[in-house]
Design a protein around this ligand. Structure first.
Ligand code: PMV
Length: 323
């Protein structure tokens, strides 16, 4: 095969109803469905070129990556090579415009962009569900960065039907995510290890058993643009996931003092009429969701909190796409 190349960009996403724990760790089949929104303005841009080189080469933000990071990428490239019937190794170059490994779903954007770029470079013409399944094999949440706007990832019955789809386009509801950075360092325990110990928490079964109720409330809140219902359910769901994390064995505590400080303030602000709600992924940084017209005010208030080193502001993002 001649060297073929493709470039894709993809946005990270923030989960409103979280997935935590897999029923199959290898296939990354989740124990519950989840809902998220893509984050506009934050992106990963990835170029994949199949060449006659002897091994896959991965470069992220100008640094060459080997070991586990490269293995995870080669795993996805192998799935693409198998499907396309090729043997060529690939050069993969990726850049993020936001901090990686800090609870801003860098792996979601990375594997969605990789799935789109690698399949295109290999000459495959995959459907959106097929791309979402492929991205999922690299990182579960990456399945949700493939479709546009507000997205739901269904558990599915088997490997091929556990994929994400758009429940509303990006322009459906003008929401903003003001991400308060309280710790930009790479987290110590990644989500792959976290998913594997989720079942050791006695709270996990209760969280999973109640998931369809939370999914329905959140889906309806988004479709009806009911901010109050939305804020209440995302906080509830985030607190439930972190309760599982904190009570698993070994316990995972992602929050910092400033994380909790922001929870209290967000609830005070909402009680006094500002449309805000919080959610936290596997990190210390707090995603403060608000109606778009309040984003400047929310950003200003977050920047005044001691311990907040930066605030990233994102709107609702589109689908992963080739460029
Ligand atoms: O897809 P992973 O392995 O990066 O796990 C993501 C887990 C959370 O961000 C905490 C929740 C979610 O649904 O995105």
């Amino acid at each position: 095969m001649n060297a073929t190349s493709a470039t894709a960009i993809s946005h990270p996403n923030i989960a409103f109803i979280k997935y935590w724990g897999n029923r199959d760790n290898e296939l990354r089949l989740p124990v519950n469905g989840s809902i998220s929104m893509n984050l506009d303005g934050l992106f990963t841009r990835t170029t994949v070129s199949f060449t006659s080189a002897k091994a896959d080469v991965l470069t992220i933000n100008s640094d060459q990556v080997t070991g586990k990071g490269l293995e995870r990428v080669s795993y996805i490239l192998d799935l693409v090579r198998l499907r396309a019937g090729i043997n060529d190794r690939a050069e993969v170059t990726s850049e993020n415009n936001f901090p990686a490994g800090a609870g801003i779903a860098s792996s979601a954007a990375a594997f969605a962009a990789l799935a789109v770029a690698a399949s295109k470079a290999a000459g495959l013409d995959l459907s959106e569900p097929e791309l979402s399944v492929l991205a999922r094999r690299g990182s579960g949440s990456a399945s949700r960065s493939v479709p546009a706007g507000f997205v739901e990832w269904k558990m599915g019955e088997a490997e091929s039907d556990s994929y994400a789809f758009s429940i509303a386009p990006a322009n459906h509801w003008n929401l903003a995510d003001c991400v308060a950075i309280v710790n930009a360092a790479h987290k110590k325990t990644g989500s792959t290890e976290g998913h594997a110990i989720a079942r050791t928490s006695p709270l996990q079964n209760a969280r999973v058993a109640d998931a369809s109720r939370r999914l329905e409330i959140c889906r309806n809140a988004i479709l009806n643009k009911d901010f109050d219902a939305f804020a209440n359910i995302i906080e509830h769901d985030s607190d439930m996931m972190h309760s599982v994390m904190m009570t698993s064995n070994p316990p995972l505590m992602y929050w910092q003092a400033a994380t909790v400080e922001i929870f209290h303030l967000v609830r005070e602000w909402r009680a006094s009429g500002l449309p805000v709600g919080y959610t936290v992924d596997a990190g210390a940084n707090v995603h403060v969701l608000c109606l778009g017209e309040y984003k400047t005010e929310v950003e200003k208030r977050l920047r005044e909190i001691p311990g907040v080193s930066n605030v990233l502001v994102a709107g609702v993002g589109g689908a992963a796409r080739t460029v």
